[in-house]
Design a protein around this ligand. Structure first.
Ligand code: NAD
Length: 488
């Protein structure tokens, strides 16, 4: 990967807002810098939207809504399918862009292009299958028609950790359902959304249907959009504290909301587990995306009888993980997103150690340039350690032990979060019991990654409301309408 390649790609990213089919400057021509977390260098200056720009974007989405809702489902489907094809054609550009602005290893960025792109294909297929029903009421006096209508103009706020997939997972179902969109990408990684928007235009998305506002003042720009009575839907992916605030703001207008929030996934290894699979699963569930995934395994809860062997084997693997800039061959651990993320990992490990946990490998930040933290294993983590209750969002694998199934369930459920859980056991009946007993929206049984465009992604408890992907995903953008026609 040459520096010239990188520079050429960055130059091809449109650096402006996208409103009503036009690339436009922010009011007052304000801009902000986007940095590469592996080097700390500025890689691009882009438009910094004001609240007025946000409302201009909503105006465009509102103006485009009726015509977009009236397009034939097949038309919307074919536009999404073309967008899927264009994402495949630009796979290398999109992957490199994500590595440059977010830091993930290039191989993983390519994986995200695959995963993120699938939402375009999946919802192109769902756009033509929006069904209703028809029947007589039980009294036989009325014909009941139940149909599905697009919810209307929708506002999306997305996080920095999966720059492409978090955008496609919202935009694809909304467009398939006939909704228009304003999206506010994350300030730390906005370039991928801007590049992807060009592809949507090339695929035939009409003016006003997708509008993009990049900004450093998220709350100021989002507030007036959410408060505007013309908005019908808010979909957010990000942290639980910000999600709570947004739900409160959305309550004023009684908006439909989808909230994909934080996680604190338990990774439970029983004494009857296949340890080869458990170790492979652990490495994936923990270190994918440098540990910066809402689905990242946060707490390893391992049966005392296998804890020593499991710990020895994961520690060997973690010690050998190459760390570096994500563009370098073979790198498995790139930088964390910023200094705050490094400080958080440092504090969580220090707190666990002060309570008696042992660092088996890693345990330190790495001097700059860039915001790196060593891949780390911490064992013997006692109850009450902050690392067990907070999202680590970094490459730190924390191990606690248990001795019976009830204790494992109690520990796994001992969190306000409920996004995903991972369970390793070869006992089929126990596996089924865990499906019933673990309070999470998703579960991996003997596997360390569950995400798939065809599956409903989402959490229970304070991990969120609603589902993205699967048959369920399009219903976040549809409202049910019931009509009664009397039988003469
Ligand atoms: P964050 O909550 O800080 O920010 C998310 C987005 O919200 C960003 O675009 C940010 O600019 C914006 N934002 C922040 N404060 C705002 C406010 N007051 N008003 C309006 N917008 C505001 O989260 P993050 O650090 O970008 O992402 C990491 C978090 O996201 C983690 O908690 C992770 O678990 C979660 N996440 C969840 C999922 C999921 O599907 N459940 C997926 C990815 C990430």
């Amino acid at each position: 990967m040459t520096a010239a390649n990188e520079a050429n790609l960055l130059e091809r990213v449109p650096a402006r807002l996208f409103i009503d089919g036009e690339w436009t400057d922010a009011a007052g021509g304000r801009t902000f810098a986007v940095r590469d977390p592996a080097t700390g260098q500025v890689i691009r200056e882009i438009a910094d939207a004001s609240p007025e720009d946000g409302i201009r974007a909503l105006d465009a989405a509102v103006a485009a809504q009726d015509a977009w809702a009236a397009t034939a489902p097949r038309t919307r489907s074919e536009i999404l399918r073309r967008a899927f094809d264009l994402v495949q054609e630009h796979k290398e550009d999109l992957a490199l862009l994500m590595t440059l602005e977010m830091g993930k290893p290039l191989a993983e960025a390519r994986g995200e292009v695959g995963y993120g792109g699938e939402f375009l294909r999946w919802f192109s297929e769902e756009a033509v299958r929006i069904a209703g029903r028809y029947g007589l009421n039980p009294e036989g006096t009325g014909r009941m028609i139940v149909s599905q209508r697009p919810v209307g103009p929708s506002f999306f706020i997305t996080p920095w950790n999966f720059p492409l997939a978090m955008a496609t997972r919202k935009i694809a179902p909304a467009l398939a359902a006939g909704c228009t969109v304003v999206i506010k990408p994350p300030e730390l990684t906005p370039l991928t959304t801007l590049f992807f928007t060009q592809l949507l235009v090339e695929a035939g998305v009409p003016a006003g249907v997708v509008n993009v506002v990049t900004t450093t003042t998220s709350a100021d720009v989002s507030g007036p959009i959410i408060a505007d009575p013309r908005l019908r839907k808010l979909s957010f992916t990000g942290s639980t504290p910000v999600g709570r605030k947004l739900i409160a703001q959305a309550a004023e207008g009684v908006l439909r909301v989808s909230m994909e929030l934080g996680g604190n996934a338990p990774f439970v290894v029983f004494d009857d587990a296949d340890l080869d699979k458990a170790v492979d699963g652990a490495i994936l569930a923990k270190f994918r995306n440098i540990g910066q995934a809402c689905t990242a395994a946060n707490r390893f809860i391992v049966h005392a009888a296998v804890a020593e062997e499991f710990t020895r084997r994961v520690t060997e693997r973690v010690t050998a993980m190459p760390v570096g800039r994500g563009t370098e061959d073979g790198v498995q651990i790139g930088p964390l997103i910023d200094d705050k993320a490094v400080a958080k990992a440092t504090e969580l490990v220090a707190d666990a150690v002060s309570r008696g946990a042992r660092v088996l490998t890693g345990g330190n930040s790495i001097d700059g340039p860039g915001t790196f933290y060593q891949p780390t294993v911490v064992a013997g983590v006692p109850a009450g350690s902050a690392i067990l209750s907070e999202e680590i969002f970094g490459p730190v694998l924390a191990i606690a032990t248990f001795t019976d199934e009830d204790e494992a369930v109690r520990l796994a459920n001992d969190t306000e979060y409920g996004l995903v859980s991972y369970v390793f056991t070869q006992d089929l009946a126990r596996g089924h019991r865990m499906i019933d007993r673990l309070e999470t929206g998703m579960m991996g049984l003997n596997v360390g990654v569950v995400s798939n465009a065809a599956a409903p992604f989402g959490g229970v408890k304070q991990s969120g409301v609603g589902r993205e992907g699967g048959l369920e995903g399009i219903h976040e953008y549809l409202s049910t309408k019931y009509t009664l026609i009397p039988v003469d």
